[in-house]
Write a protein that binds this ligand. Structure first.
Ligand code: FAD
Ligand code: NAI
Length: 475
């Protein structure tokens, strides 16, 4: 079998596997190397996203939401549940099965698209006469070569100094997805996306959850009106979120962890928990790649430096996803993967970072695209605001989920939509309409004049658009 390819992709996360498929669709010969090993020692393509990220976290969020609804939400619908019991091993097995289905799906897609999958760890040997030589170590060990290489090696969890992950009591995202008994007391350091999503899962399943966040502001990247509403809802659910803390020491004991910290007033406090999730961000992963063999130097934060088209300094070398600048999101990685494959094939694609949506899959869900109100104010841009509460939406009332609102920001002069911020039911799905509108440079008036089906949550988007012009019909 040939060991020379047009393109070698290193990493089969959402950035890498999508790049490999797109390159193969464009007629290039492609190999994709991935090192992830499943519990049986076999390949598990899909990267962080599939194995310990997006997919398993959403499976647990769904199961835990069902459990919470059965316990607390069904009664108002006239449904009584007796003898409600949590079967945690089964819940975790289902999550593992969802992950496996995704792993197998990617292996199938590789076959279908004639991408050669190699299970092992890749490292650069060097580049001679414009050809990269790469060693693969593992089940499919050997040397392969290509003129074009896409690095999509993703990211890994950032550890807190003095609190190494043991995945038994001090947990990264991987351990947080596989706790074998609901802890009575769960600590979380970092009130970011992982902290809120995983904190929500274990709170719904019965843990008392305390979240310690260094910044004084909650969800600083989100629109602050949304962040304020989110904090209110999470507190109401029983998530104890403490802002502006400084962690002094994390000490592992016989049956738990003690966290010594200063609270926002500077007072010394301690928190004792059975398990601790540390979710303080992720760092780019270039371990063992041997980029030095190509003379590539990482930037100050460990990312592979690339231009707007994901082109690295060495001709023929590209990098996409979490290992390069920009948001660490699966769909951002995918868009970059497609764009790089198309650029290698001679096309001229473009990725617009301003229309990359953000979603936090808590309850209520939080989703946004474009600029926040505070960013527009800081930039001195004149804008109009239109908001519509789900409380006034018929479908939300029928669902029994009326928390939150849709908020649209539009340019004061041109009416162009600059940002849409949603907190409430199915925000993750609703935000797609906003992303499409912004990609087409729509005005708020465009959304206001589009016929939205009744009764749907999406009518709230239309109403928010109408509200930018003071014409809301149902509020
Ligand atoms: P990765 O998915 O990290 O994949 C990199 C792959 O490269 C891995 O399989 C790794 O084993 C392999 N690799 C690394 N080095 C080598 C080497 N030398 N040789 C061979 N293989 C190698 N994003 C969202 O958009 N939505 C979500 O809901 C979401 N939820 C998340 C939940 C959690 C708990 C976490 C941790 C992350 C979540 N993310 C989410 C972020 C998302 O997972 C990442 O942005 C995404 O996986 C990045 O894709 P990637 O292809 O760049 O890298
Ligand atoms: P994050 O960047 O979302 O949040 C980390 C939080 O930890 C921040 O609020 C930060 O201020 C805080 N922090 C940092 N150091 C601290 C310290 N010493 N003490 C207390 N707090 C501290 O990172 P997170 O949650 O680890 O997730 C990593 C990435 O994974 C996210 O940035 C996101 O891109 C991705 N992700 C995306 C999801 C989604 O799209 N729904 C879900 C989960 C993760």
């Amino acid at each position: 079998m040939s060991t020379q390819f047009d393109v070698v992709v290193i990493g089969a996360g959402p950035g890498g596997y999508i790049a490999a498929i797109r390159a193969a669709q464009l007629g290039l010969s492609v190999a994709c190397v991935d090192a992830w090993v499943n519990a049986q020692g076999g390949p598990a393509p899909g990267g962080t996203c599939t194995n310990v990220g997006c997919i398993p976290s959403k499976a647990l969020l769904q199961s835990s939401e069902h459990y919470e609804h059965a316990g607390h939400g069904f009664a108002e619908h006239g449904i009584e549940v007796e003898g409600l019991k949590l079967d945690l091993p089964r819940l975790l097995r289902r999550k593992d099965q969802v992950v496996r289905q995704n792993n197998e799906g990617i292996l199938y897609l590789f076959k279908k698209n004639k991408v050669r999958f190699l299970h092992g760890r890749a490292s650069f040997v060097g580049r001679t006469d414009a050809v990269f030589e790469i060693d693969v170590d593992g089940k499919d060990a050997g040397r392969i070569s290509a003129r074009q290489v896409i690095v999509a090696t993703g990211s890994i969890q950032r550890a807190l100094p003095g609190a190494a992950f043991d995945e038994a009591t001090i947990l990264s995202n991987a351990g947080a997805l596989a706790i074998d008994a609901v802890p009575a007391r769960l600590g979380v350091i970092g009130a970011g996306v992982i902290g809120l999503e995983m904190g929500s899962v274990w709170r719904r399943l019965g843990a008392k959850v305390t979240v310690l966040e260094a910044l004084p502001e909650f969800l600083g990247a989100a629109d602050q009106q949304v962040a304020k509403e989110a904090l209110k809802q999470f507190n109401r659910q029983g998530l104890d979120i403490q802002l502006g803390v400084k962690i002094d020491a994390v000490t592992k004991g016989a049956d738990g962890v003690t966290i010594a910290y200063a609270d926002a007033t500077g007072a010394a406090r301690t928190l004792e928990v059975d398990r601790l999730i540390v979710s303080i961000g992720r760092v780019p992963n270039t371990q063992g790649l041997n980029l030095a063999a190509l003379g590539v130097e990482l930037d100050g934060r460990g990312f592979i430096p690339v231009d707007d088209h994901c082109r690295a300094e060495v001709p023929g070398l590209w990098a996409v996803g979490d290992v390069v600048r920009g948001p660490m999101l699966a769909h951002k990685a995918e868009e970059e993967g497609v764009a790089v494959a198309e650029r290698i094939a001679g096309q001229k694609p473009h990725v617009d970072f301003n229309t990359v949506p953000w979603v936090i899959y808590t309850s209520p869900e939080i989703a946004w695209v474009g600029q926040t109100e505070q960013a527009l104010k800081a930039a001195g841009r004149a804008f109009k605001v239109g908001s519509f509460p789900f409380m006034a939406n018929g479908r939300a009332r029928a669902l029994g989920d009326t928390t939150g609102f849709v908020k649209m920001l539009a340019d004061a002069e041109t009416d162009e939509i600059l940002g849409v911020h949603i907190i409430g039911p199915m925000a993750s799905e609703l935000v797609a309409e906003a992303a499409v509108a912004m990609e087409f440079k729509a005005a708020a008036e465009d959304i206001a004049r589009i016929c939205h089906a009744h009764p749907t949550l999406s009518e709230s988007m239309k109403e928010a658009a109408l509200a930018t012009d003071g014409r809301s019909l149902n509020f």
